[in-house]
Write a protein that binds this ligand. Structure first.
Ligand code: MG
Ligand code: MG
Length: 262
């Protein structure tokens, strides 16, 4: 069953989503070669709790941390650890919070030090595919319109689109109906209307689309071991039928700008 949200509920999801963006901005401040993903996790957990919210992923299905930190060939669901990040790495940081009974869920892939132009392009195209997907998130369109937008942009640039993991509805639960695949056909799937809130999250591989899972039971890796990028926004369909992005990368990109990284 799909839960359509009232304007008041959407405001609450927005507050949670914006807190995720601010948390990711705190993470952005400290990302550099030598820092560990566990360092990032500690900063995020403390910041979320200081803001009187609850880390949304910690304990979710048994997940052990606040952040999912997925480095290079890790697609999503990486567990923070003591290994330092290296110059030229990328790290996808996914974060959820629960505040005032509603979840926010957003992700950003960061560059560590200086990354290759090939990887910079992967990040740019993945983010663009998210923007194109948001543009399709409107009343009267179908989920397949979102899916097609992501797949078309990623594949026309030669990238692999992960099939097994999908975006989702968002609200009082972290994962609600409907599923939002990153591949599909225009005009197919559930027809969208005002009050729908979706977490849209392209997972795009530099190489082939196939994935595998690490024996930690969580981390998803590309099968060909090439890097993967992940960006996620929470998007509501407003009363007039247009998309409203509830999460924000603004704080994150302000930090990256100041670091000369944007
Ligand atoms: Mg997420
Ligand atoms: Mg999500």
């Amino acid at each position: 069953m799909i839960f359509y949200k009232t304007g008041e509920e959407i405001e609450r999801i927005k507050k949670s989503s914006l807190l995720v963006g601010k948390t990711l901005a705190e993470v952005a401040k400290i990302i550099k070669p030598g820092v560990t993903t566990l360092d990032l996790d500690k900063v995020a957990e403390e910041f979320i709790r200081d803001n009187k919210a609850i880390p949304g992923f910690l304990g979710y299905g048994g997940f052990p941390n606040t952040l999912c930190t997925s480095v290079n060939s890790a697609v999503v669901h990486g567990i923070p650890n003591e290994k330092p990040l290296f110059d030229g790495d990328i790290v996808s940081v996914d974060c959820g919070v629960l505040m005032d009974e509603f979840y926010g869920d957003s992700a950003y892939t960061f560059e560590v030090g200086e990354v290759s132009n090939e990887i910079k392009k992967l990040l740019r195209i993945t983010k663009e595919s998210l923007d194109l997907a948001v543009e399709q998130t409107r009343s009267g369109n179908r989920i397949g319109d979102i899916s097609f937008a992501v797949q078309n942009h990623a594949e026309s640039n030669g990238y692999g689109v992960v099939r097994e993991l999908v975006g989702h509805g968002l609200g009082r639960s972290l994962h609600e109906k409907p599923e939002v695949p990153n591949y599909g056909k225009k005009g197919r799937g559930h027809k969208m209307k005002p009050g729908l809130v979706l977490a849209i999250e392209p997972m795009i591989n530099l190489g082939k689309k196939e994935i595998t899972q690490l024996d930690d039971g969580w981390t998803i890796l590309t099968k060909d071991n090439l890097p993967s990028a992940h960006f996620e926004h929470d998007v509501a369909i407003s009363r007039d039928g247009s998309p409203e992005v509830l999460s924000s990368f603004e704080e994150i990109e302000k930090v990256l700008n100041n670091k000369g990284k944007k």
